[in-house]
Design a protein around this ligand. Structure first.
Ligand code: SF4
Length: 176
């Protein structure tokens, strides 16, 4: 124990290297997204994440948007705790039989106009889990989907590009 303590005192601090230039590109994308949200909504974008049965790989990339590297809340993009406060439902995973009703109820609780974004190959068509007895299929089998962001999993930059595409002038909120 003493050896361990002495070693930890002698060792240089462990720090992460500064973000690569590619991460600056992500920050620029996020800033564009914030400007587009202000133009379309008059405020920042509120996102409710819904895991409908994913392996959590997609969640890791979505969580990365809020980590110390990407820190996207500085651009006003917020993840909210309730669908009642959300503009966008970001849905991951194949929809499992157990999560089907929860997804339907979350969709119903989200005020119009709203967007549904299906994230990852599983959310597109069930991906690796397609055909399983426990899986209903892609998100579009349960609720209307406005945009698919493909990938297994999609990167933070892919997620931002997708959200930006939603907010650009030709993308209109679903009126349901
Ligand atoms: S798309 Fe890939 S990372 Fe995302 S839930 Fe499916 S298997 Fe996991």
């Amino acid at each position: 124990m003493r050896k361990l303590l002495i070693e930890s005192l002698m060792r240089a601090p462990l720090t992460e290297p500064a973000p690569e230039p590619a991460d600056h590109a992500v920050a620029e994308l996020a800033a564009s997204l914030e400007r587009a949200a202000r133009r379309r909504l008059g405020r920042s974008l509120a996102i409710r994440e819904v895991d409908a049965g994913s392996c959590n790989g997609c969640e890791l990339e979505i969580h990365a948007l809020n980590n110390a590297f990407y820190d996207l809340e500085r651009f006003g993009i917020r993840f909210v705790a309730s669908p009642r406060h959300a503009d966008v439902l970001l849905v991951t995973g194949p929809v499992t039989a157990n999560m089907r009703e929860a997804l339907e109820r979350t969709y119903a609780a989200t005020p119009d106009p709203k967007w549904v974004v299906a994230v990852g190959d599983c959310a597109f068509d069930g991906g690796l889990f397609a055909g399983s007895y426990a899986v209903v299929g892609g998100v579009a089998k349960v609720v209307p989907v406005d945009l698919h962001i493909r990938g297994c999993p999609p990167s933070p930059a892919d997620l931002l590009r997708g959200l930006l595409a939603l907010l650009e002038p030709h993308g209109s909120p679903a009126k349901r």
